[in-house]
Design a protein around this ligand. Structure first.
Ligand code: ADP
Ligand code: MG
Length: 266
């Protein structure tokens, strides 16, 4: 595994003219629990460009969720910096950070994380309430978002009355409530069957392709590579390597990188 130069492509050419949306600079995260110290991230340098679709893969425990927490402003690095739109997140006060998390970033988690006593529509409207969008406007926008993810007829259902796929699509609608420019998806299809996972893939692909939403998605799902621009592999808290998705071939579930002609890309 190339550790000195983890990029298997001409990064300067790829990056040319692309505005940077997220920049992680030497990000480290160490968890200390009593006598136990975990070096979850040991130095991550990464640029994500506006409009990109980036897959993040790595074994369980390699630091994917920790990295997402850092770039999503849900937790702060022990060392290093994260910039969103070239703004250093560490320089933001609590109010500014809350604004960023509410307006610029949408979060999608493996376990959906819906409010169980609220209906689908109420869940989708909740972030709008935080953003000061109320009443008819929030309701109309919420219904439009539910329609967008194919759930117009499920607006009054509570999470328990929906399938896993429907819950995750509700969570996507909620993540889009305040029109974020970045969607952070942490293993969004890990709990879903093939068909429901496919629907989630299509929704994310369309959001990226048609609306230019930047997507960073942790996944074990090789199908996701077909619609992404780059694959970032994380191992033991650091970046193993970064490849263009079009350069990747998939051999019966495992990844290759030879020159067989990127048939992984649509
Ligand atoms: P992944 O998402 O790739 O499965 P995580 O980012 O969840 O990996 O975890 C990376 C490492 O950090 C693991 O060893 C995990 O046990 C540890 N870890 C994650 N969160 C915490 C926490 N809040 N406190 C202590 N250790 C943690
Ligand atoms: Mg995780």
């Amino acid at each position: 595994m190339s550790t000195d130069s983890p990029m298997d492509y001409d990064h300067a050419a790829y990056a040319k003219g692309k505005p940077i949306l997220v920049r992680a600079h030497r990000v480290k995260k160490t968890y200390i629990r009593g006598a136990e110290t975990t070096y979850a991230l040991t130095g991550i340098d990464l640029e994500i460009f506006r409009g990109e679709y980036v897959c993040v893969m790595g074994p369980s425990g390699s630091g994917k969720s920790t990295f997402f927490n850092m770039i999503g402003g849900l937790d702060s690095p022990s060392e290093g910096r994260v910039f969103i739109d070239e703004v250093d997140m560490a320089q933001l006060n609590a109010h500014e950070l809350a604004f960023l998390r509410c307006r610029k970033i949408g979060y999608i988690f493996q376990a959906y994380n819906l409010n169980t006593v609220m209906t689908a529509l109420e869940n989708v409207m909740l972030p709008m309430t935080f953003a000061g969008v109320h009443g008819d406007e929030a309701r109309a926008r919420g219904m439009a978002l539910l329609a967008r993810v194919g759930l117009a007829d499920r607006w009054s259902h509570r999470p328990k009355q929906m399938s896993g796929g429907q819950q995750q699509r509700t969570a996507i609608a909620r993540a889009l409530a305040n029109r974020p420019s970045l969607l952070l998806c942490d293993e969004p299809t890990a709990n879903l069957d093939f068909a429901s996972g496919g629907e989630v893939h299509r929704i994310l692909r369309d959001l990226n392709r048609d609306e230019g939403v930047t997507i960073i998605c942790a996944t074990h799902d090789h199908k996701m590579l077909k619609v992404s621009n780059r694959l970032v592999e994380i191992e033991n808290g650091r970046i193993g390597r970064i490849r263009l998705s079009q350069d990747i071939t998939i051999h019966g579930g495992s990844l290759g990188s030879d020159d067989e002609g990127g048939d992984a890309h649509e």
